[in-house]
Design a protein around this ligand. Structure first.
Ligand SMILES: [Zn+2]
Length: 565
């Protein structure tokens, strides 16, 4: 390929709001262009890297026994209504109607489509296990798309779905996929942490995220450096504190707190630390109303609360429900005098006494509130998000908070989708059973951005050879010099014949422009044909690394050595 006939429009500067280096560099180097918020075109270089990433994924999926399909992006909304996910996803699911008014959506994931496919075809235990995957475009109407290809509304991902007879089979299929993911990420050359997480909008258990540690990442997780335990704050287990004697209960006091609703407003007004407050969060779980209590400086984990309540869906109570159970507007809820509400409290509050809570009246808070005396706790549980410095549930060492870019996600789904969509099979003993499912996602366009985020310097991108758009770029320094030009042409042909993917920089440009662009684009091998060309020698460089002078005939072998380093 020749740059004179290539389409990689580079930019010296990028305008607009660009926070991440990967976003800026992929724009500058001509890999992507924005079409709308969170919607991008991949230019030829962008496509080449994406295909490399996808081929690694494809090879490892095939090697793990998964079978490639290609499902539609356009789904009848009816399928999503059968599983209740049309409602659960809400506006994040992109919806549309066909010309006859039939509702459709653009797939955000493919559980519904693949499960209904399997429901129609698989009859017997003999046809299981089965693992189907695809590399497909997904749509999610993210309210805040940002970071170039990191967080977008349209993206490409590989999603695989396993179908098994029973949970033991699912466990095996899951382990095979996790192993394949390790291989994929190692081949990409990326460091990563495996993080225990929650199923979120897809549900399931034994959820793991593969995170690229990155200070600019959007995910937050806690990790133990001693035993490598890692989990999201919502999921990381917090052991109850050792029992301690509580301070003596003081008489309860009413304090006027006009218009002070938030923790910040109340603590500032009362001159107390947020840890002296107790937050009362009111949830609607089906017909039931539940109040969850956590310390004022902590965050409630809805995942933990959901698990305690064994509820699939948890909704913050609306203003009407709050008014009914507390008798007060939103912002003044507290545990004292709640009507018809189950109170679940975080374990950390067991040792606490004399705290501040909402007063269940407008503009009122209470001081010196004590559980047992002023209200009853019906259940104690681990409800709060873990935080930096909390002890590791595995070994007790201190957890550290890290930020990362989520690269991949695996779940055990169980029978939720098969039951909703009628995917049953006849087992060996003649009984009809729902198929047990797992699902495994890895984003290919996000992976491209993540690799760019990890591998770059101040001059541009530095692709690992396994995913680089080309192996090498050949740069004649002076286009007008016949010796430079003809030697560059010769090396270009020889390297191509040796099976390398080569880009020849044959534009009529100043040397400075050619070097700048080559560094920006980040092809790992550079062959510079310049001053030494008349002696038949060239400079072979590893982008961002070592450089050697070599005779023209040895370029191929020197290049392979440098790229392997
Ligand atoms: Zn540990």
């Amino acid at each position: 390929m020749r740059t004179s006939h290539y389409f990689a429009p580079t930019l010296r500067q990028v305008s607009g709001e660009v926070e991440l280096a990967s976003h800026r560099l992929l724009l500058q180097a001509g890999y992507i262009r924005q079409v709308a918020a969170g919607v991008y075109s991949l230019l030829p270089l962008g496509v080449r890297v994406t295909r490399k990433v996808e081929n690694i994924i494809r090879e490892e999926m095939d090697a793990a026994g998964a079978l490639e399909c290609f499902l539609p992006a356009l789904h009848p909304l009816e399928l999503w209504e059968k599983t209740g996910r049309a409602e659960y996803w809400g506006p994040e699911l992109m919806r549309l109607k066909d010309r006859s008014g039939r509702p459709f959506c653009l797939g955000g994931t493919h559980e519904e489509v693949i499960t209904s496919l399997v429901a129609g075809e698989v009859r017997s235990y003999r046809e299981l296990p089965l693992n189907l995957y695809q590399i497909q475009t997904k749509f999610r109407d993210d309210p805040r798309p940002r970071g170039g290809l990191i967080r977008v509304r349209e993206f490409i991902m590989k999603d695989a779905y396993s179908f098994d007879r029973d949970v033991a089979g699912l466990d095996r299929s899951y382990d095979i996929m996790v192993e394949a993911y390790h291989k994929i990420l190692q081949r990409m050359g990326l460091p990563y942490h495996v993080v225990e997480a929650s199923g979120g909008g897809i549900g399931g258990w034994d959820t793991k995220e593969f995170e690229l540690p990155s200070e600019t990442g959007e995910s937050r997780y806690l990790r133990c450096e001693k035993c490598e335990y890692a989990a999201t704050p919502e999921v990381a287990e917090v052991k109850p504190p050792a029992p301690a004697e509580r301070a003596e209960a003081l008489p309860i006091e009413r304090v006027e707190t006009p218009e002070k609703r938030t923790i910040e407003q109340v603590t500032e007004f009362l001159g107390v630390s947020p840890r002296r407050l107790v937050k009362t969060l009111v949830y609607q779980v089906g017909e039931k109303v539940v109040a969850a209590l956590v310390r004022g400086d902590r965050d409630l984990s809805e995942d933990k609360l959901r698990a305690v309540l064994e509820a699939r869906v948890l909704e913050m109570a609306g203003p009407e429900t709050i008014a009914r159970v507390t008798g007060a507007p939103v912002g003044f809820a507290g545990p004292v005098g709640l009507k018809g509400v189950e109170i679940i409290a975080d374990e950390e509050l067991r040792n606490e006494a004399n705290f501040v809570t909402g007063g269940n009246e407008a503009d009122l808070h209470l001081r010196n509130v004590n559980w047992g005396r002023d209200f009853e706790v019906s259940r104690w549980a681990d409800l709060r998000c873990a935080a930096e410095g909390d002890p590791c549930p595995g070994c007790g060492a201190s957890l550290r908070e890290l930020r990362g870019v989520e690269l991949a996600h695996v779940f055990k789904l169980g029978t939720f989708y098969s039951e909703a969509l009628g995917a049953y099979f006849l087992d060996e003993d003649g009984t009809r059973k729902p198929i047990v499912m797992g699902c495994y996602g890895i984003g290919s366009t996000r992976m491209v951005a993540a690799i760019a985020e990890h591998y770059h310097d101040e001059n541009g991108l530095i692709w690992p050879p396994s995913v680089a758009p080309f192996d090498v770029i050949v740069i004649p320094v002076n286009h007008d010099d016949e010796v430079h030009r003809s030697l560059a042409e010769r090396i270009y042909e020889e390297l191509k014949a040796a099976g390398l993917e080569v880009l020849l920089e044959d534009r009529v440009e100043r040397p400075g422009v050619k070097f700048k662009d080559a560094d920006l684009i980040g092809i790992p091998g550079q062959v510079v044909v310049g001053r030494l060309a008349k002696e038949g020698k060239v400079e072979v460089r590893r982008r961002g690394g070592e450089s050697r002078v070599a005779p023209a005939e040895e370029v191929g072998s020197v290049l392979r050595e440098l790229l392997a380093s």
